[in-house]
Structure formats: structure tokens, C-alpha cells
Ligand binder design. Sequence first.
Ligand SMILES: Cc1cc2nc3c(=O)[nH]c(=O)nc-3n(C[C@H](O)[C@H](O)[C@H](O)COP(=O)(O)OP(=O)(O)OC[C@H]3O[C@@H](n4cnc5c(N)ncnc54)[C@H](O)[C@@H]3O)c2cc1C
Length: 383
Amino acid sequence: MLFTPEHEELRRTVERFCHQEINPHVDEWEEAGIFPAREVFRKLGALGLLGLTKPEAYGGAGLDYSYSVVLAESLGHCTCGGVPMAIGVQTDMATPALARFGSDELRREFLAPAIAGEMVACIGVSEPTAGSDVAAIRTTARRDGGDYVINGGKLWITSGTQADWMCCLASTSDGNPHRNKSLIIVPMQTKGVKVERKLHKIGMNSSDTAQIFFDDVRVPQRHLIGQEGQGFTYQMLQFQEERLWGAANALQGLDNAIRNTIEYTRSRKIFGRSVLDNQVVHFTLAELQTEVEALRALVYRATELYLAGKNVTPLASMAKLKAGRLTREVADKCLQYWGGMGFTWENPVSRLYRDGRLASIGGGADEVMLSIICKLAGTLPKG
Ligand SMILES: Cc1cc2nc3c(=O)[nH]c(=O)nc-3n(C[C@H](O)[C@H](O)[C@H](O)COP(=O)(O)OP(=O)(O)OC[C@H]3O[C@@H](n4cnc5c(N)ncnc54)[C@H](O)[C@@H]3O)c2cc1C
């Protein structure tokens, strides 16, 4: 059994947090295009929810990855995608490499406050000219005295306008693009870091997304995570957890969309009977629920194998791919059954339709997932 009574307790705690601390504010945050990350993270930190899998020495709970999966899934009780996404960036996207490979000093300075919710973290991989092709990033970090001098910029940075530090991928030398990159912690208040603009998006509006420039940004070389030149490899490991997290995070929102649609279509009468009583409607919703359960089984199986120390890159990629596609399908089909109500801005299904669209793009697009699956299956043409 993957889950214990402790997992179930965690589920209840997170669900309660969503209903009490997040959902009452979602409409306001969506409108503002940002949520107060530090305020929300402090509350999450006080409950120990930002460091479930992190080492106890830095304030974490030292639990295994199944607890992260439960956190991700339970955050699906939020009535928007943006806040859970930013929480996921803090817990499972910007911090795993630091927790695993960072020096003790670096972890005390940046990981411990991120776990406590006193600092907001962001992850800087994507750039204007490199998203899917991570190896093509152009940001550089050159050694100068005891520092790195960073030049370049990042695009699409979640929490970028309010983050305290970035886990930044930069090239630290020339040569093989898979062996010349490093992950470096960049405090966002450093001279030369410029938050250029907050992006205007079709969804995930509670979450601020920024474009950031680096102009001769100096950080001490001790801000390097692990070994120089290993950044690409560390980031690929970090992606594995990000993708599993993203797939787990989709599940509850899909359940909610189907359940809300059942309730609405049951109460909505057309041509003398409820919309739900049309076989095409209740059959479609049953089929969608079946697909969600299949995705859940895939996520749990990948988690079990991950805990057993197996390489779950293929399964995590499949889960991410399926989550993206299924979110689009569920949101689109459910929205249809709400009629004009589904086309209104505040409708929960229309929010899923907008927010959920990112799942097939962010953290590696569907096509990138397919390429990884094919590569590992030996079916991707070489070169
Ligand atoms: C709201 C939001 C938040 C984000 N947060 C972060 C963050 O915090 N940190 C961060 O570093 N990044 C973040 N990203 C960036 C995200 O990970 C990238 O958008 C994503 O990796 C895709 O890169 P791209 O946008 O450059 O698309 P491109 O790389 O230009 O790809 C465009 C399209 O090409 C297609 N494609 C790609 N590869 C192939 C292929 N092999 N075969 C066929 N077709 C292909 C896909 O359909 C893809 O969508 C965020 C993005 C968004 C929109």
C-alpha cells in the first residue's frame, strides 16, 4: 500500500488549507494577476507543508516522495491552477537540486527559509530563445575573482516578480551543451537583476509570470549548486519530480470539474428533462472519470517505482503527457455541457479550461514528452 493514515491526514490538512486560506481569495488574486506568495507560504511553512521531502536538518520533514504526490494531488482542491503551480515551484521545482546537491552553507541560507516560507523561490530555465530545447539556453556565468558574473535573461518565470532567489541554469563554460551548464542560486535583489515585465496570460492568472534580465550580475562562486558542469543533469533530475508533481496536481481538479458538471447538468432542465439524463452526457462523464482514474493509477505506479529507486523518466513523462491531454479533454467536454454558463469567465470549468491549457506546454510540451518516451524506447531517429 502506497498510502498510510499519515498520508490521509496530510490530504485532509491540505484540503482544509485550500478551502480556508486560498479559495476565499482566488477571485481577487486572479483579478490582480498575482497572489501574495510570502504570506501564503508562511502559513504553509508553519504547517510544515513546504518541506515534506526535504532534510530535517533544514527544517524539512524528511519524508519520501509519496508525500509530495499527496500534497500535489490535494492542492487540486484549490479553485485555480496558479497558486498550486507556484507552491509546486517552491517545493518540487526550484528546490530539489539545492536540497540534494547544495553545500550545507547554501542550504542554510536559501533552502531553510524556503521550507519555512520566509523566502519565495523561482526556477530559471526557460529563455526567449530556449524553452523545449533546454541545452540551447544563452545565459552565461563566467568566473571572475571569487564570483560568477551572470549575463542573459529568463522568460516565463513563475513567481518571478516576488521571488527572493532563483535557481538559475547558466552556461559556465563553452563546449558540450550537456556538460557546460550549472545551477546557481541568484538572489533576486542583486544589482543587475531586472524584472522586466509581468506577462499577461490567458490563464494561471493568480500566479505572476515574469521576464527577467541579468546584466553583469555578480554572485559568489559558493552559490553554485553541486559541481560545475552538472547543471543540465541536475535539472533533468529536477524535471522528473516536476513532471510527476504536475500530473498528480491535475487529478483532483479533474475530479472536481466532472463532479461539478454532474451537479449542474442534473439540475439544468432542457426539453423537459435534465441535461444529465441524455445518455451521451452521462456516458461521456463516466468515460472521462475512467480516464482520470487511469491517470491516477499511472501517477501512483510511477511514485511507487520512484520510491523503490527505479528510473521513472518514461512513466513520469507519460503521466505528464496524459495529464496535459486529459485536462484539455475534460475541460473542453465539461465546458460544453454548461452551455453559455461555461463560456463565462468566473465559471469553475472555464477556469480549468484556461489554466489547464498550460499542462500541455509548461515543464516540457507534449511533444517533448513524446520525444523522451520514444528516445527511451529506442524509436526516436538519431541525430
Ligand atoms: C505560465 C507559465 C509558467 C512557466 N513557468 C516557468 C518557470 O517557472 N521556469 C521556467 O524555466 N520556465 C517556465 N515556463 C516555461 C515553459 O516550461 C516553456 O514554455 C515550455 O518548456 C515550452 O517552451 P517554449 O515556450 O519556449 O516553446 P518552444 O520551445 O518554442 O516550443 C513551441 C512548441 O513547439 C512544439 N515542439 C517542441 N518540441 C517539439 C518536437 N520535438 N517535435 C514537435 N514539436 C515540438 C510544441 O508544441 C511546443 O509547444 C513557464 C511557461 C508558462 C507559459
